[in-house]
Design a protein around this ligand. Structure first.
Ligand code: ADP
Length: 255
């Protein structure tokens, strides 16, 4: 009998109710979701559908109302919402890389310092090693020549690639991306997808990404639709052609 691996990300009947002055609002209505290791899962939905709320449940940034989120990226079962604040911060630092639409690089730090920062905070790598590792990660996203620039001096697409390098700093098994291509033009967004596909195919990462852009569905290995706090469609995983590593893509724009 083949061994069936437990999903890397598992949500069981997750609900989230926000209490507001106008009354209670149910933003997530019993979400069940299982994401396997090595999937590049897209969660697609309109503004207000519940995408950010769902990500906040997965990352433990916000409390859930009922249900359970179990994460197994590091090989152990972690019931995210049962962790203490300190344990949650440690688990998040080691297991998750988070990428935002607005990049959120620190403007006073150079690109390489931005990538080194999570390593220095986590203490997993010595200072010399963290610089070496940051250089390798900047090479992965083809920005090693810009290592000593400040973020203001590179384009939005380049900033997002630095943010991906930073998210990889502590070698997390799982990446969580919140509209990472939302403020980029389509060519630049395409290059970001190439980087994600490489990370899934060559480095075995599991990626979960939310977007409002329906047209991006085919770019994921699987995508689900979220509407008014309910997952409404779960497309079957698709076999994807292997692409060359981003660092080896000839003639690619480095915008
Ligand atoms: P999306 O990311 O898909 O745009 P959100 O998860 O941000 O959607 O929001 C889902 C719903 O929950 C929306 O109707 C939003 O207004 C509501 N909501 C989000 N955050 C809060 C909050 N802190 N308090 C009350 N309602 C909220």
């Amino acid at each position: 009998m083949p061994t069936v691996l437990a999903p890397t990300i598992e949500l069981k009947n997750v609900t989230k109710i926000y209490s507001t002055e106008a009354g209670d609002f149910t933003a997530l209505k019993g979400i069940d979701l299982r994401v396997a290791k090595g999937e590049f899962l897209g969660i697609v939905g309109k503004s207000g559908a519940g995408k950010s709320t769902l990500l906040n449940m997965i990352t433990g940034v916000d409390h859930l109302t009922s249900g359970e989120v179990i994460m197994r990226g590091d090989g152990k079962d972690t019931s995210v919402h049962k962790l203490s604040e300190d344990a949650l911060a440690l688990w998040r630092g080691q297991t998750l890389g988070i990428i935002f639409q607005s990049f959120q690089l620190l403007p006073m730090l150079t690109l390489i310092e931005n990538v080194m920062m999570p390593m220095d905070l986590c203490g997993r790598y010595q200072a010399r090693l963290s610089r070496e590792r940051a250089t390798e990660l900047l090479m992965l996203v083809e920005l090693e020549d810009h290592a000593n620039k400040l973020p203001a001096y590179i384009s939005g697409g380049q900033q997002q690639r630095v943010a991906i390098a930073r998210a990889l700093a502590n070698d997390p098994p799982i990446l969580v991306a919140d509209e990472p291509t939302g403020s980029l033009d389509s060519v630049t967004a395409d290059h970001i997808f190439d980087v994600f596909e490489h990370l899934v195919q060559e480095r075995g990462k599991t990626i979960i990404m939310v977007t409002h852009d329906n047209s991006l569905g085919p770019r994921f290995t699987r995508h689900v639709q979220i509407t008014d706090g309910i997952l409404t469609k779960s497309a079957a995983p698709v076999e994807r052609l292997k692409k060359p590593a981003p660092g080896k893509v000839k003639g690619k724009s480095t915008k």
